[in-house]
Ligand binder design. Sequence first.
Ligand code: KG4
Ligand code: ZN
Length: 337
Amino acid sequence: MDASTSILALETSCDETAIAIMRGRELLASEVASQTALHEQYGGVVPEVASRNHLLHAPRLLFSAVKSAGISLAEVDCFAATSGPGLATSLMIGASIAKGLAIASHKPYLAINHLEGHLLSPFFEREGLIEPNVSLIVSGGHTLLVQVSGVNAYRKLGQTVDDAAGEAFDKVAKMLGLAYPGGPEIERRARSGDPARFDFPRSMLDSGDDNFSFSGLKTAVRYTLAKISSPTDQHTIADLCASFQRAVIEVLVRKTIKAALVSALALVTLSGGVSCNAELREGMAAACDQAGLQFLAAPPSLSTDNAAMIAFAAMLRSQNGFSSELTEEIDPNLALA
Ligand code: KG4
Ligand code: ZN
């Protein structure tokens, strides 16, 4: 693998069908087809509906990715796909397509961990090596603190013991009658709200470990909502959003900084869908600055699920001598470390 190697990657771990093409560290194409609207009517992702739609959308995305990248499929040097964690029936679609393309063209196949895609994404626009860092991955399915020494050198420090941070945003938004996904909606309302009006718990802030918990906070919002007389008043909704968001962010920021200081690492990285949140990014940046730490976040366009982060992880893995067998299985519970 050299600087001009091209990789085509598929991401189908949940309800986003995504295909990206990279040449070296240049992103040539990145296509995402979201199924959010489709699953909204069922109140959550329906696995069979998701996999059928991956199969439906993937060929169209493949052709448009190849077209906008300006290369032919025959010029692609390696095919990659997310192999876990995620929904088994969704993972199978992307992995089957990538393996099929690899077999037909006698090119290598690379299986990529979805969480590694998120974890490495802050380095996407940065030249050079993956510097040692403490990484916070915050998405709809995961809240994970990882000590990163380099590519494939990960040590899990802590994780959520119940809901993921994004899941808490989504569930609280649902309670407040806001649209799915809840994160962007809560962030928008929080802008005009008072974050000090409701004193929500900062769970596990002083737990002495690197784990998180968000289900108590979610319950606290539910109780507060039941007690207030005008829960649908727009000011109250905005204050609830701002107070909830502040509670989540304060715990994420303080525990991440503490983990970085204990690990004696000078760099903090942030990724996953929740890292789109401006208050989280700004809060983490300011806290790092104050603690004398460097801070690097994934670009917002690569924070929610996408295939560019999978292509980038595949590129880094192949440059570091890693490969996968065509017999490699998908794993819905694939761990990062
Ligand atoms: O990484 P992602 O696209 O999918 C998973 O791997 O889970 O993350 C999706 C999650 C959702 O829970 C969504 O509500 C949350 O990211 N999210 C946000 C924001 N944008 C997306 N949470 C808070 N603030 C945002 N601006
Ligand atoms: Zn994700």
